[in-house]
Design a binder for this molecule. Structure first.
Ligand code: CA
Ligand code: CA
Ligand code: CA
Length: 249
């Protein structure tokens, strides 16, 4: 467990080049000093680290998160955790979270949980957000549900906030807010490796070996040689490949 506040930027770069893992404390196992989870900011209320497997076993590691609403009578009451990581425009990321609600404390009414990627500019302002509902009153009970978003960072992106958001709504039936808790565990944010067709043999460099590999596949009428993706293998695909090969990766 570490509590250094200054380390993340350098650490993220190291991790990104090694494994493309972007989040710190992604399994919510490490408690924070002033927040519930190390490395995660939070807002709203009733955010807990559950470390009692007799109550709720985590999906991964030694603990999982739990959020329920404020029951403050507001029409909409938001609670959540988020983590900001460096991101670059044009890069494609896949964000994943696992969530669960229990039959003894099920999401009710209009309550929902969302996974959100909030793309930020150099001033920290949101450019765009990609969001997906990952839990609501209709979700299966008592089982971990994995959900993910794949999205590309818009122009001007320098960072992205990974949000796990719980929204409690008040209704006529539940004037102080609908009951129900969400549990969450095992988040990930991965940079999708861009595929490079010119590196035909996939060894991360583009050289004459790739021409040979392509021509072998082309001679064999292998579907991987359909460079222009028109479902036939012909000389157009050789031209297509050589153009990409000249351009490099
Ligand atoms: Ca965990
Ligand atoms: Ca190659
Ligand atoms: Ca073709």
């Amino acid at each position: 467990m570490f509590r250094t506040a200054a380390a993340p930027a350098a650490l993220v770069c190291t991790l990104a080049s090694m494994s493309s893992a972007q989040l710190l404390n992604p399994s919510f196992d490490d408690p924070g000093f002033q927040t519930t989870f190390e490395n995660w900011d939070q807002f709203g209320g009733n955010i807990f680290l559950v470390e009692d497997p007799n109550y709720q076993p985590p999906l991964d590691g030694t603990g999982c998160g739990k959020i329920f609403g404020n029951f403050d009578g507001q029409q909409q009451s938001d609670s959540g955790v988020f983590q900001s990581v460096a991101a670059s425009e044009g890069d494609t990321y896949t964000a994943t979270i696992n969530v669960l609600h229990r039959s003894d404390d099920a999401m009710a009414g209009d309550n929902i949980a969302l996974l959100i990627l909030s793309w930020r500019d150099a001033n920290g302002a949101e450019i765009l957000a990609d969001a997906k509902t990952v839990l609501d009153a209709n979700s299966p009970l008592d089982q971990w549900i994995e959900d993910s978003i794949t999205a590309t960072a818009p122009a001007g992106t320098v960072s992205v906030d990974f949000f796990v958001l719980f929204i409690q709504f008040a209704t006529d039936e539940f004037p102080f807010g609908a009951p129900g808790a969400m549990f969450f565990d095992k988040a990930s944010l991965d940079l999708d490796e861009p595929s490079c067709y010119a590196d035909f043999n996939g060894d991360s460099s583009v050289n004459t070996q790739d021409v040979i590999a392509f021509l072998n596949a082309w001679n064999a009428r292998d579907s991987t040689a359909d460079c222009n993706d028109d479902s036939s293998i012909n000389t157009q695909d050789v031209i297509c490949f050589l153009n990409l090969w000249n351009a490099g990766c």
